[in-house]
Design a protein around this ligand. Structure first.
Ligand code: 2AL
Length: 213
């Protein structure tokens, strides 16, 4: 099958990273077409950025439709433009937040979300409400790590992220962690080994759900 994997921001390094992180989970028969819009914000850090990114993101959905893909993945944790994308698509459209919540709920009593900027916390809350996962989530925590700081993760950034995950586990009672940014996709395995709980990257989750669908 062919998957249209869309990084809705225009940061090319992040698109490459996201594509790379799918190689260890996708079936050999799955072709991942990773791309990003022609224009728009370099990172999506708030509701304003989501709106600005959405029109060009929908162009990439249309391009995928023209290429007869079997599924589209919106690889940004706010699941921007998901409803609009589903209106114009003829195949499944999966947002990485929805995919991560779904899989995290299968392996934990309650999962915690660890995300980027404090400004994005309302988006996580909205998505939990919208998809009906509030009762399965122990809370969302921000690291105040900017999306672009994840392009090449320094030791300091990794330790900040790990610390917030530890708080989610010890203080909030999270039994699994959902990573709140596509730019964290390369860190899930390392974090899971360090924390000894499942750490769910929405990009990998979305690829496996797309293949299943
Ligand atoms: C994201 C994401 O996944 N990509 C992006 O540009 N911003 N998420 C976030 N919480 O900041």
């Amino acid at each position: 099958m062919k998957i249209n994997l869309i990084n809705p921001n225009t940061c090319a390094g992040m698109t490459e990273k996201i594509a790379l992180s799918t190689t260890s989970v996708a079936l050999e028969s799955t072709q991942i077409m990773a791309s990003s819009p022609q224009h728009g914000p370099e990172s999506i850090e708030c509701a304003f950025d989501e709106v600005i990114a959405s029109a060009a993101l929908l162009d990439v959905i249309r391009e995928g439709e023209a290429q007869k893909v079997d599924a589209h993945i919106i690889a940004c944790f706010g699941d921007p433009a998901l409803d609009a994308a589903r209106e114009i698509a003829t195949v499944p459209v999966i947002g990485i937040a929805g995919a991560a919540f779904q899989l995290a709920s299968l392996v934990s009593y309650r999962f915690g979300i660890v995300t980027t900027m404090t400004r994005t916390l309302p988006a996580s809350e909205h998505l939990l409400q919208r998809y009906g996962y509030q009762h399965l989530c122990s809370g969302a925590r921000a690291t105040d790590i900017a999306v672009l700081a994840l392009e090449e993760t320094s030791d300091e950034v990794y330790l900040d992220l790990k610390l917030e995950c530890e708080k989610a586990i010890k203080l909030d009672g999270a039994e699994a962690i959902v990573l709140g940014c596509a730019g964290m996709s390369d860190l899930a395995v390392r974090l899971s080994e360090d924390l000894q709980v499942p750490v769910i990257d929405g990009v990998s989750a979305a690829v496996k759900l797309a293949e299943s669908l």
